[in-house]
Design a protein around this ligand. Structure first.
Ligand code: FES
Length: 167
């Protein structure tokens, strides 16, 4: 059996083609992503995710509702789990708040650390009113984000969170 020898020229060709291809892929991928992302985002925007929470069973006391969905990021699909604090306001309207503290992103708890009728963030003692408004004098400077909600067959559905416009 004869050994095939690789000439210096062939070796350089292979190497340069390989390195060039690798660099081209590195430059093209962000461009493809840039082109594709808005399409994916557009699809995700109007999306509501089902939950196991019956709307009839919601009360005026915030209750924790977890929900999961598949997130498609270009070619990568992952399962995302999120949480909302959900209650009915005095008019019976469903309110769903993000649990993510607007200071440094810890998770807030309803009436944590004995703070009656408030959301409490244990990281730096942040406080929010029941409607999500941050309490002055505590670290958070913005209200908790809100989720749009929908009801389908008696069950709560939750959309993408957005800034809370409470003054
Ligand atoms: S992260 Fe919530 S108070 Fe700092």
């Amino acid at each position: 059996m004869s050994k095939q020898r690789v000439s210096r020229r062939q070796f350089l060709n292979y190497t340069l083609t390989g390195v060039g291809g690798f660099m081209a892929a590195g430059m093209l991928m962000p461009m493809v992503r840039f082109a594709v992302d808005p399409v994916l985002e557009g699809k995700a925007k109007g999306e509501f995710h089902p939950t196991k929470q019956k709307v009839d069973e919601l009360s005026k006391t915030p209750t924790r509702v977890d929900f999961s969905y598949e997130q498609v990021d270009a070619w990568y699909v992952s399962e995302v789990t999120q949480t909302a604090w959900v209650y009915k306001d005095d008019k019976g309207k469903v309110v769903a708040l993000s649990p993510v503290c607007k200071h440094l992103g810890c998770t807030v708890n309803w009436e944590g650390n004995d703070n009656k009728n408030k959301f409490f963030c244990p990281c730096h003692n942040g406080l929010y009113e029941k409607n999500g408004k941050n309490i002055p004098g505590t670290p958070p400077t913005k209200p908790l984000d809100v989720y749009p909600t929908k009801v389908k067959d008696g069950f709560l559905q939750i959309g993408k969170s957005k800034p809370n416009n409470i003054v």
